[in-house]
Design a protein around this ligand. Structure first.
Ligand code: PLP
Length: 398
């Protein structure tokens, strides 16, 4: 293998599968990012924004009621839902926007599915006084009108994407194309641990604040490592951030929870690692849900944030090596967890995060009371209340 082909590899996964026009730009970003990564003033600037804008560190909360109710392992929740804008996405967006600023870029573009990443990007663009354009599948703009308006309120322009099935994967393609056509002043802020190198690495690094904090917080409270870390997996950014600082601690079991939708074996699922196969898409080699002709399959999950047909290359490698385990949770199980954590702990968590909570409900009772689970709550659930009510057959006027 040529040296350049080894760049950004996780085992056989990762790499850079992109048009020639973007290659030079990615090399510039790669070089600049590796310089900045070790630059103390960049790190101080990043940390200042995380603390004073995003409200970090997030709490590591002991879920006493859940622990007692489930009667097994002690459960700690890493509260990314308490960050500014209500999810972990802000950690990554702040980091990439700072890289963009250092590269002299004045315009940020991004894809969004449900609108969470678009909102986070529009937020930072407003803060930094940068231009912002968001690409969103036309289907999604119709389903998520409130987030479209929120992005516009923050000063962003939202482009409905009308190619393909007009959903997230098409929005990624459209953003890549836009980037290739206007590189000089523009930076593409990718929303998950996916895409060509060095994006998965940048996202890993910027989200690793989750596990660095959690490790230290648990050390202070219990003077020990957790036995298990659980996080939901869409593209895999909150999960890789939750795993990062524990990957080299072999005693810590890492569990990524995928959205099984109507069931891992049904044809309405987003369980990419369990059901997918090796392919090349969105600039990376990884696992994707594909049909027999290698076309990307339609994905389905009740949670818009987990509705991605692929997964980040580092997760594909962690799964292959057996360092992390990946399990599926269905819509019904996630909705039950949404209600459970609200009633037990008084926390309305994002339906994405509730996939992780549902797995904790299953696994905690099988563990000893001296064992510890850290479960990441990737976001807050306000955005989901109306659709869960509908799922339960409750009519809400809006
Ligand atoms: C976007 C999102 C996810 C899924 O994305 P990952 O990159 O897999 O973390 C999960 N939870 C919330 C709240 C999200 O907004």
């Amino acid at each position: 293998m040529l040296e350049t082909q080894k760049k950004g590899r996780y085992g056989e996964f990762g790499g850079q599968y992109i048009p020639e026009t973007l290659m030079t730009q990615l090399e510039i970003i790669d070089r600049e990012y590796h310089r900045l990564k070790n630059d103390s003033s960049f790190r101080a600037e990043l940390n200042d924004l995380l603390v004073n804008y995003a409200n970090r560190p997030s709490l590591l909360y002991y879920a006493k009621n859940m622990t007692e109710d489930l009667g097994g392992a002690q459960i700690y929740l890493k509260r990314e839902d308490l960050n500014h804008t209500g999810a972990h996405k802000i950690n990554n967006v702040i980091g990439q926007a700072l890289v963009a600023k250092h590269l002299g870029k004045t315009r940020l573009i991004a894809e969004t599915g449900a609108g969470q990443h678009g909102v986070a990007t529009a937020t930072i663009a407003a803060l930094f006084g940068m231009e912002c354009e968001i690409f969103m599948g036309k289907e999604d703009t119709e389903r998520q009108k409130l987030n479209v308006y929120r992005m516009e309120l923050l000063g962003a322009k939202v482009h409905p994407v009308t190619t393909g099935s007009m959903v997230l994967k098409d929005a990624v393609n459209a953003t890549m194309q836009e980037w290739a056509s206007r590189i000089d002043d523009t930076f593409y802020i990718l929303g998950s641990a996916v895409g060509p190198a060095p994006f998965p690495e940048m996202v890993h690094d910027f989200q690793s604040v989750i596990s660095k904090e959690a490790k230290q917080q648990l050390q202070e409270k219990k003077h020990t490592l957790p036995d298990m870390v659980v996080a939901c997996v869409g593209g895999g950014s909150n999960a890789i951030g939750s795993f990062a600082d524990f990957i080299d601690d072999p005693s810590v079991q890492l569990v990524g929870v995928e959205a099984a939708g109507k069931g891992v074996d049904s044809n309405r699922t987003a369980a990419t690692i369990e059901r997918g196969s090796v392919g090349i898409f969105h600039g990376m080699k990884s696992l994707f849900l594909q049909d027999q002709n290698g076309q990307i399959d339609k994905v389905y999950s009740i949670s818009a944030g987990l509705d991605y047909p692929g997964v980040g290359p580092e997760h594909a490698a962690l799964a292959e090596e057996g360092r992390a385990q990946y399990v599926g949770i269905t819509d019904d199980e996630a909705v039950a967890a949404f209600e459970y954590i609200a009633r037990e702990e008084g926390i309305v968590a994002a339906i994405e995060s509730c996939h992780a909570v549902a797995y904790v409900q299953k696994i905690a009772p099988t563990m000893r009371q001296d064992q510890i689970i850290i479960c990441t709550l990737s976001g807050r659930g306000d955005k989901d209340v109306a659709s869960i009510a509908k799922y339960k057959g409750v009519e809400i006027d809006d």
